[in-house]
Every structure is written in C-alpha cells, then in structure tokens.
Design a protein around this ligand. Sequence first.
Ligand SMILES: C[S@@+](CC[C@H](N)C(=O)[O-])C[C@H]1O[C@@H](n2cnc3c(N)ncnc32)[C@H](O)[C@@H]1O
Length: 219
Amino acid sequence: MDESAGLTARTGSPSTRRRLRQAWVFAVNFIKHPRMVGTFAVSSPALVRRLLDGVDWSNRRRVVEFGPGVGTITGAVLDAMAPEARLLAIEMNTDFVRELALRFPDPRLEIVNASAADLEGELAARQWADTDLVISGIPFSTMPAYVRDGILDAVAQSLAPEGEFRVYQYANHVLEPLRARFAVVERETEWRNLVPVRLFRCRQPLIGTGETERSAPSS
Ligand SMILES: C[S@@+](CC[C@H](N)C(=O)[O-])C[C@H]1O[C@@H](n2cnc3c(N)ncnc32)[C@H](O)[C@@H]1O
C-alpha cells in the first residue's frame, strides 16, 4: 500500500515531496499505533533545535536515539555529529525503520528495529562500553511503569560519567522517575510545537552509587 504516491506525484519539489511523504507515513502510523507513536505530527524545527541546544559534539562519540520516527531529530544529529561518531537509532515501528534506511544512507548511523527496552543487549552486541548521549522521544506515559523503569535504569547504567540523557515528552509524568535516577534533571518547555513539549536534560546518573531511590511504579 502506498496511498502517498498519488499525493506526491501532484506536489512540488523533491524535498517537498519527501517531507510530505514523511508526514504521511508518520500520521498513518499514529492512527494505526497511537500509544506507540504518541503524537500526530513530527517534532517542530524549534523543538529539534531546543533539544540539541548546547550539546558539545566534540565529545559525543556514542550517541543513541530512542524512537527516531521518520528521522526529524536523526537528521539534525547526523548534521552535527563528528565524522568518527556513531549513532544507534532504536525504533520499534517497522514502517519508520524502512523510511529511515531510505532517508539516511550514512555509515555513522545504525538503525535497529527493536525496543528501547533492549538497550543493554544492543550496546553489548556492539561492544559499546558506555554512551555519551542518549536522546529519547518515546512516550513513557503510555507504557507500563515497569517497562519505563527498566529503560531508564538501562540508560542510567549505560551513560559515561560526563554523559547526558535528553528527553522530550508531552507530559510531566517522567519527572520523578528521572529524578530518582539522575542527580541533575533540568526542565524546560518548548511551546513552538503542535503540542507544547517538556524537555528534560539529565546528568550524573545515581545508579551504582547507592543513592538511587525508586519512584512509585504507578507514576
Ligand atoms: C513521539 S514519536 C517521535 C518521533 C520523532 N523522534 C520526532 O521527534 O518526530 C515516538 C517514536 O517512538 C517510537 N517508539 C515508541 N515506543 C518505543 C520503544 N519502546 N522503543 C523504541 N521506539 C519506540 C514510536 O514508534 C515513534 O517513532
């Protein structure tokens, strides 16, 4: 099935057609899997800029992205990343994985059709001892608390001492679980998006220091 074919044949330049196609694939998958995809439209340019603002790319060699969708943030990360850096994109949705592979023939990018819950195994398979930056747009509020907690534990355990976890969400639910795992959690809101978004910048994981407090599983 490719209902987008008729639409793209009638519209503008190749880049406009590509953007329309990506928006279409994203919206269709939101209708099919609303809890997994979480929102109707891809992230706005303002959100992408804010999410990546201030990242020191000179020391971000092992980067992970959870839930790249059709690659709205992935493209900006690849544009900014050093030539020797690597990006591991973990996406559950097969349509998005196909779209990403077509869109980014970049040897620095590896796309895995898996869940963020598989982070530990995916890192071990690549012999990544740690990560420098993990970016996440997966909808933590629609998944069971034990899955969310497992993912957050795995991120905290994987981060290098100077590493950073950047999260965007449409709700504040994830704040306390983040605070239970990171000594520093900075919050902000980006209003210039279809739906206003919460951003969280997390550093200094508490895992393994004996300081970690677990949050209530229902939050
Ligand atoms: C809100 S969309 C974000 C898409 C894209 N990053 C953007 O900013 O436009 C959430 C994405 O997370 C993916 N996703 C949801 N749960 C996931 C999980 N447990 N592991 C990996 N990807 C997941 C969805 O398929 C979707 O692509």
